[in-house]
Structure formats: C-alpha cells, structure tokens
Design a protein around this ligand. Structure first.
Ligand SMILES: [Zn+2]
Length: 381
C-alpha cells in the first residue's frame, strides 16, 4: 500500500479521511477497525482512475491510534504507527477540520462517509456539492465502490443543531445512548483557580461547557474539578427579519416576557422605525408576546390583525404557515418563524436554551442508530 501514500496533500490525487474509512464496518473484514478497508479503497481508486499509481493523502484523528485495541491485528497498529512516524499519515486532534481545510485549499476530492453538517457554517462551499466527496460502499463481489455524495443543502437550524451536538460530544457531555448530561449542562460552573474566567458567566467573554473527565466536570485549562454554582441562567436571542434581511437582534432573559409590536411601550421591542408606513399600519402596537420560561421560549398572539407561524422542517425547507390561536402560548423554537405582517418576521437564533438542547438530543438519539463505536464521527446516510 505504501507506494500510494503521498507525504503532502499538494502531491496527492485524493484526500482520505483515514479514521472514517478504517471504522466503516459496512466494508471489508469484521471488527470495529481495520486497515484492510484502506486497501479496498485504494483498489477502488485504481479502478476508478485507471491509474495503478494513484496517490492519496491520509488524515487521521489521534483517537484512531489512541483506540488501538479495537484493531483486530496488532501488525496493522505497528504499520500505522510507522506511517505516522514517516509522515505518511497526518495525525491531528480533529481530522474533519483538517480534511475540509485541505479540500477547500486544494480542490482535491475526498474519500469519506461524513456529511460534515456541523462544519457547514464555516465551510459553506460544502452546501450542494455533488462531486468532491466520495463514499466507500460495499459491492456484491466484496470489493468497494466509491460513490459521489450529494451533500445537499442543510438549513441554518440543522447546521447549528449539529454544531451543538459535536460541541457536546467533544466535551464528553454525552451519556450512554447519546443522551446529553442534562444535569451538567443545566448548571453553572466555576473554576476554583481565582483568575480563571472560562466558566464565569459574569466575567468571561466566552463561556465554555465543562469537560467531563472520569465522570467529573473539569476545567479545560487547569484540569481541576469545577464547583457547581447553581442553575445556569439562560438567554434566548430573537432576530427581526424584514424582507429577508435581519435588521435587529434582542436578548430575552430567562423568566422575562417582552411585547413585540409597532410601539409596545417600555420593556418592549418597538418596530415602528424599521417599518414602512403601509406595513406599520398592519402591525399592532403590541402584536405578540414572547416569553422565556423554564428554559423554553413561548410566543403568544395579542394583535388585532392576527399572526402566522411556521416551524422549521425536519430537513430542507420550512413547514406551512399556520395562524396562531389568539391569546395562547405556543412553543417558539430555533428555526421557527413568526410573521407579524407580510415580510415582517421574528425568528430565534440557532442557539438553544439548555432544556431545548436536551430535548433536541433526545430526539436525535431516537432518530439516529447508535454507531458501533461511540467515538466514530461517521453518520451513514
Ligand atoms: Zn480554570
């Protein structure tokens, strides 16, 4: 196999996400990890290109060799270590990030089974791509076919859900059967190191989720056990979108309620300066009430003209518009849209409240079969 392995991405014909291929249990021998799966992919590439010297650049997560006990054959582990030492495998903390960076820079095609949904915010070029990513698939003759993946276009809501999902996974905040450790996520934490602001809700610019080490919430930087300082206060971000463009953002604190309308009064979100006179005439002074309670956000129509709402679809586009029943609170989730008048829409940013995060995780766990290895980033399509 060695003569196919390039020492630099620029010189390779293909990029291969090695961790992903080695763990793809639908091809090649039984067992959670096998290097022979790479052999099958190389053979498929020779067939595809007609080039017996086709070359690949391999990128792997450090966890690939970290979990060396999952390889059935210790010779494969030795061989892989030698490749790493010889610079034939680039070993990095996060292979997804590195692969996408190289793919974007070089335009080289990638062999992987990953859809990279959680990376599409940073790499919008993946959206709608139908040629650059090839997925290994088993063939009836025990060989492997490389099938170009239609990456499709994922909604902003789905991308941010996926980003949250992988953020939790990285922090070890996933319990058995892929459910989030709600009791940790819902609490606020503090590092005993006096100058550490990584978890401080009042002093830090960016608040980290605690990392779980040996079952204990731990400071990323100082490696010490974090102190529980109570329930995590949350805020939901609301966006006002007029004719498709976001014109204003507001933060709604847990336990608060705000009226949104033309001129809702103090503590409200006033839209009059953002609206044309014709549209303003169709928006009530107080049009909807938005409240954040118990970690979820609710929306209530209080207008004289009526309000419509549509929910984010499971995938692809939004669902149908529905009239909000006047005076009744309805869940208002990330990705949902509330329309006050034609072209005047209230949405929530992709960030979820901790309670919603936990719900989303439960739904996700129910939909997605548990992968054979909990650490495998692969999501079969
Ligand atoms: Zn610390």
């Amino acid at each position: 196999m060695e003569h196919h392995l390039a020492a630099s991405a620029e010189r390779a014909d293909y990029l291969v996400e090695l961790s992903n291929v080695v763990r793809q249990t639908s091809i090649g021998p039984r067992g959670p990890r096998s290097l022979r799966r790479l052999g099958l992919v190389l053979r498929a590439l020779m067939e595809l290109t007609g080039d017996p010297d086709v070359s690949v650049y391999l990128v792997a997560d450090t966890s690939l060799l970290g979990g060396h006990r999952e390889f059935g054959d210790p010779d494969e582990v030795r061989r892989l270590r030698r490749w790493v030492a010889d610079g034939l495998v680039e070993e990095v903390g996060d292979a997804d990030e590195r692969i996408l960076e190289l793919a974007r820079m070089t335009g080289t095609r990638v062999v992987t089974g990953d859809q990279y949904v959680d990376h599409r915010g940073e790499h919008p070029w993946i959206q709608g791509n139908t040629w650059q990513f090839l997925r290994p698939e088993p063939r009836p003759d025990q060989r492997v076919a490389l099938v170009p993946m239609d990456m499709g276009v994922r909604t902003e809501a789905e991308i941010s859900r996926r980003m949250e999902l992988s953020a939790l996974k990285k922090q070890g905040l996933l319990g058995p059967s892929r459910t989030p450790l709600t009791d940790v996520i819902m609490r606020a934490w503090s590092c005993p190191e006096p100058r550490c602001t990584l978890y401080d809700l009042h002093r830090g610019d960016r608040i980290l989720l605690p990392r779980i080490r040996r079952g204990v919430p731990t400071c990323e930087l100082h490696g010490v056990r974090l102190t529980d300082v109570g329930v995590r206060p949350a805020g939901a971000q609301l966006k006002v979108v007029i004719d498709g463009g976001c014109v204003a953002r507001y933060t709604l604190d847990e336990g608060s309620e705000a009226y949104v309308g033309r001129l809702p009064g103090p503590e409200g979100i006033a839209l009059h300066s953002l609206l044309s006179p014709e549209i303003a005439a169709r928006v009530s002074r107080r049009h909807v009430a938005v409240s954040a309670r118990g970690g979820t956000v609710l929306c209530r129509d209080v207008s004289s003209y009526g309000t419509r709402m549509r929910h984010a679809g499971r995938r692809g586009g939004p669902g149908p518009w529905e009239k909000l029943p006047p005076g009744a609170d309805r869940p208002f989730r990330p990705g949902d849209e509330v329309e006050l008048a034609p072209g005047v829409v209230l949405t929530r940013s992709g960030r979820r409240f901790p309670a919603e995060l936990a719900d989303a995780w439960r739904a996700e766990a129910a939909r997605t079969p548990v992968p054979p290895t909990a650490a495998a980033p692969t999501r079969r399509v």
